[in-house]
Design a protein around this ligand. Sequence first.
Ligand code: DC
Length: 227
Amino acid sequence: MSFKRRPIIAFDGPAGAGKSTVARRVAVELGYRYLDTGAMYRALALEALRTGVDLRDEQDVLALLKTMEIDVSGDPRVPTRVFLGGEEVTGLLRTPEVNASVSLVAEFLSVRNEMVERQREIVREGGVVIDGRDVGTVVVPGAEFKFFLTASLTARALRRQRDLARIGYQMDLAALVEDISRRDNLDSTRVHAPLRKAADAVLIDTSNQDVEAVVAEVMAHCREHVR
Ligand code: DC
């Protein structure tokens, strides 16, 4: 098989399925860049919270986004760093406040269109691994490889609990299960670009597999074609 540009590898799936960990590892193995599209929506939610923009007002949220220069680092060897007009906001994007607000801003079609345009520009040349909720279906439906990662609600809540503990938040598991299932529901029932598996995406359940095993499975799919 030959490709016009270097391939794009797309990962979609619900929160806590292991997308970013796996996507980054695959990017490192291949020497590709990495784009975390969720970080862009998080940056917008953060800025709306900080500036007091009404999270339910589509025009105001879009107007805010238009003023924002969102810079996401493409280096897969480290967790994504995010800069807003030069200010690093990486440490502010995974708080419970942003978690609770991000689905609201991600619901607006005009906001999504603007994000998708920016994301397409970033991945245009290929040689990139991209993850999110709509990357295989909307952002780059022509991606050479698509994966849909999923895991049980409990497995995902446990991972989120561990991630939050690392940044200093001790959260009750039951509350996380509730929060994740609420976000799953919002992400998969929203009108525009809901979370769903692309017909041609490979489904991987990560509940009982460690990162190594999932990365190996992904690499086995890609290996013969990607160089
Ligand atoms: O992957 P994440 O948890 O960082 O994503 C944060 C939120 O952004 C999540 O609620 C869904 C939304 N999102 C989206 O709607 N489309 C994407 N491509 C990526 C994330």
